[in-house]
Design a protein around this ligand. Structure first.
Ligand SMILES: Nc1ncnc2c1ncn2[C@@H]1O[C@H](COP(=O)(O)OP(=O)(O)OP(=O)(O)O)[C@@H](O)[C@H]1O
Ligand SMILES: [Mg+2]
Length: 306
């Protein structure tokens, strides 16, 4: 048995049988300090177990609209699912575009699950192999009002419900709406990692600065919330110089957080019309290549899809 001196913290190996079963005083041979020791307290304890690997909780956020949040959330989630991860995609936007992009028309989704109008199996939609969706949609407007009416703890509404079901997945990816509303705040109180798509134009850099200020106000309460991935999106080779200057600026400011860019690629905007992910609609495209690269970065698996 190992006993640690409570004064000098030296660890001593002692034959367990030499220690009586009642509380005793033990003297440390190193510092001479004597302290109380109760063998039964130590023996009764469960051995320390390693905590199970936490489910990755990734929020795709930026208050600016049209920067590619939903395109990124859907294709990153579908890419991780293709790579074998079990992924839950949660759409917290009243526009409900994630379902449309995946070619689904679910009868309900996140709103009905949060208000308990539907049970989880009823609200959950299997989108692809390894990929499930809790769809967004207009009904989320009612959820926002519900959150607003709560006297306290409204910001934990999403977290309390999703934490209960996340154990079935390797990662939960949450798409958010533009702007800053009670549901966005809820997302920031649930996720641990933020993936922020930034379009390569100067206005986006400004939007990024003000978004980070808002995130910092939540980080005061949730220090574990971290901006992990900045994804330059819509890198337009037709205006290469401008895009590259902004990309350089991003890298200077945010260093390794900046991911390889997603290039402007028409097929990324066409695929949703057919309800297909980029890997299904145009597997050989630049868009598919760029999203596979992003999946490698998120999963830290450089050999995926090679
Ligand atoms: N890399 C890209 N190449 C070409 N088109 C793109 C690319 N990324 C996104 N788009 C297109 O840009 C438009 C906006 O993208 P998306 O809907 O993903 O943005 P969003 O940030 O989710 O918007 P919102 O803030 O309204 O939710 C869509 O038509 C989408 O198909
Ligand atoms: Mg969107």
């Amino acid at each position: 048995m190992i006993i640690t001196c409570s004064n000098c913290h030296k660890k001593h190996a002692i034959d367990e049988n030499r220690i009586p079963d009642r509380p005793v005083r033990i003297k440390c041979k190193t510092c001479g300090y004597s302290f109380r020791f109760d063998k039964s307290e130590v023996q009764g304890r469960e051995p320390l177990r390693e905590a199970p690997a936490a489910v990755r909780r990734i929020g795709v956020c930026l208050s600016k609209g049209g920067v590619g949040k939903t395109t990124t959330a859907v294709n990153a989630a579908a890419g991780c699912a293709l790579a074998g991860y079990r992924v839950l995609l949660v759409d917290t936007d009243t526009q409900g575009q994630a379902a449309y992009m995946l070619g689904l028309k679910p009868a309900g989704g996140l709103a009905e699950f949060l208000t308990e109008e539907l049970t989880l199996p009823e609200a959950l939609c299997k989108a692809r192999e390894n990929l499930w969706l809790l769809a967004g949609g207009k009904a989320l407007a009612g959820v926002k009002r519900l959150i607003d009416r709560k006297d306290f703890g409204g910001e934990l509404t999403l977290s309390e419900s999703i934490s209960e079901i996340e154990k079935d997945y390797d990662m939960v990816i949450v798409d958010t709406s533009p702007g800053w509303d009670p549901l966005t705040v809820n997302v920031l109180f649930y996720v641990r990692e933020l993936l922020v798509p930034v379009s390569l134009e100067i206005m986006s850099l400004q939007a990024l600065g003000s978004f980070f200020k808002s995130v910092a106000s939540i980080q005061k309460y949730r220090p574990e919330l971290a901006v992990k991935f900045l994804v330059p999106n819509l890198m337009d080779l037709r205006v290469r110089k401008k895009s590259e200057t902004i990309l350089e600026k991003l890298r200077e400011l945010y260093k390794d957080t900046v991911c390889p860019p997603i290039r402007y690629n028409n097929v990324l905007s066409q695929a949703p019309m057919y309800g297909k992910t980029i890997y299904e609609y145009a597997p050989g495209s630049k868009g598919a290549q760029d999203f596979k690269e992003l999946v490698r970065k998120i999963t830290e698996q450089p050999d995926l899809f090679q």
